[in-house]
Ligand binder design. Structure first.
Ligand code: ZN
Length: 257
């Protein structure tokens, strides 16, 4: 059943969410010989020379950071996986930008890299309570924090971001742009962050208009798919929309072409 579910969702990582509060079960996972550790440093992760995600033993991972407070990611093909924050060693040449190299991993390895990046980044940024400023302890195998002063409990957050393929009504042209982050020849669809109090549909219309001057067809926004985008803490939601291709382009300062 698990394999069928994985095939249906395209996600081989079993997050074992129900076991996070069971310290005994987590310790048992950590002591297994097939347990492995992914090491993250902000938006970077440790990769093997051939481009695969590096998965270290507990002893090897301890050189990079505190394995005792490693985050339990779940299991992949039955083997337990943990994520370690590289607080001790970040100069290793094997660290690569997950945003750039993750897409070249297998689907499930990329899921692991993205989950590890999201949770380690959150752990690093959530040491103090956002309500009262008090110090927070880590619980639920790295998936929750509790403020020692006001007792507020906080969890990792994913801020919504959107990306949209805008095509003409005949669906034989697509709106592409180049940001200064990309080299010449690399054009992408348009993306942006959803503002507080805004719907995804309104965000798509606003971002496309702001960046290109193009008004999309009202009611044409259709959901496609989503993926974690922990740079630093988003979930990227993908849409399609149509627009009249006769409109004049007015490029935002953010775009080169
Ligand atoms: Zn607090």
């Amino acid at each position: 059943a698990r394999e069928l579910l994985a095939a249906a969702t395209g996600d081989g990582l079993d997050r074992c969410a129900g076991e996070r509060d069971n310290a005994k079960a987590i310790a048992a996972y950590a002591s297994r010989s097939d347990a492995s550790y992914v090491v993250c440093d902000g938006g970077k992760a440790l990769f093997e020379a051939d481009g695969k995600l590096e998965r270290l033993s507990r002893a090897d991972a301890a050189r990079f950071g505190d394995v005792a407070t490693a985050t339990f990611l779940g299991t992949l093909d039955g083997a337990p996986l943990f994520a370690v924050d590289a607080t001790l060693e970040t100069d290793d040449a094997r660290f690569r930008d997950t945003r750039v190299h993750g897409p070249f991993l297998s689907f499930s390895e990329n899921q692991v890299a993205l989950a590890a990046t999201a949770l380690v980044t959150w752990k690093r940024r959530s040491g103090f309570c956002s309500i009262c400023g008090g110090p927070c302890t880590l619980g639920s195998a790295g998936h929750a924090r509790t403020c020692q002063t006001c007792k507020a409990v906080s969890f990792p957050r994913s801020d919504p971001a959107m990306i949209c393929a805008v095509s003409n009504r005949a669906n034989d042209k697509i709106l592409l742009a180049r940001s200064p982050r990309h080299p010449e020849g690399v054009m992408t669809t348009l993306a942006g962050f959803v503002e507080a109090g805004e719907t995804f549909e309104a965000c798509v219309a606003r971002e496309v208009l702001e960046e290109t001057g193009v008004r999309i067809d009202e009611g044409s926004v259709r959901y496609l798919k989503s993926q974690p985008w922990p740079f630093p803490q988003s979930c990227m939601v993908a849409f399609r929309a149509t627009a009249d291709c006769g409109q004049e382009l007015v490029l935002d300062d953010e775009l080169l072409e």
